[in-house]
Design a protein around this ligand. Structure first.
Ligand SMILES: N[C@@H](CCC(=O)N[C@@H](CS)C(=O)NCC(=O)O)C(=O)O
Length: 228
């Protein structure tokens, strides 16, 4: 059976679990990382010498790095759906996945940590404003792509959308200024119609570190579905 190591609220675990849900894969997930610890044990480092989450094992095959896992699961179990049939559509999906990791994710994760993972009294308002503006600028590029197609690589959900859905859920539910992103809001609403998205992505993440850790330990309560 497919095994996944990683607490389910981790930014890089959420996309993997969404794929697992979309493809309805039988699996077992181990709570590792964050307040669960366990990423520095010899057993875990033997699976993933980088000591980060997620890691998977599928029929004895071990893989880490979330986007590599998303591609692997999509190709093996989602051929023709998450892994598009056409080579060029696949390449476009891959392009958006690369752009996420190189460009959108660093801004998004810094912004998220500056707010939700930082005590209100210790938040750096200047840094939050700069990150909010930079990420908002970059997301206008995503907005333009979503004006061309209902999903990032065409007319249907593919692996291209997988890293962005979890970011959108958090970004659109933070108390920040955002540029006008109507196509992104419509796309996010479409994602919220998907049971796998609601189960594995669309849950409450809290507004500060105290709430974040309560939700992490309680196995994450309920679901949330929000547009703007
Ligand atoms: N590039 C890696 C990053 C992995 C990563 O940094 N994961 C974070 C969680 S999002 C982690 O392991 N944090 C330590 C922890 O949770 O204990 C990937 O995409 O898988």
């Amino acid at each position: 059976m497919l095994e996944i190591w990683g607490r389910r609220n981790a930014s890089n675990v959420v996309p993997v679990m969404w794929v697992v849900g979309e493809l309805n894969l039988a699996h077992r997930r181990h709570d590792v990382g964050g307040s669960f610890g366990g990423v520095g044990t010899p057993e875990y480092l033997a699976l993933n010498p980088n000591g980060r989450i997620p890691t998977i094992r599928d029929d004895g095959f071990v893989l880490w790095e979330s986007n590599a896992i998303v591609r692997y699961l999509s190709r093996r179990y989602g051929d023709g759906t998450l892994w598009p049939d056409s080579e060029q559509q696949c390449a476009v999906a891959d392009q958006w996945m690369e752009w996420f990791k190189s460009t959108a994710y660093p801004l998004y994760i810094d912004l998220f940590w500056s707010i939700v993972r930082t005590e209100p009294a210790r938040r750096d308002k200047g840094a939050i404003a700069r990150l909010t503006e930079s990420l908002g600028d970059k997301l206008t590029i995503l907005e333009a792509q979503l004006a061309r197609h209902p999903y990032l690589a065409g007319d249907a959900l593919t692996m291209a959308d997988i890293p962005y859905g979890p970011m959108a859920h958090r970004y659109l539910n933070l108390d920040i200024e955002r540029p006008d992103l109507p196509r992104m809001a419509e796309w996010y609403a479409r994602l919220c119609d998907r049971p796998a998205f609601l189960e594995h992505v669309g849950f409450a993440f809290g507004r500060n570190p105290a709430e974040w850790y309560v939700l992490e330990r309680e196995g994450l309560i309920g679901t949330e579905s929000h547009g703007r």
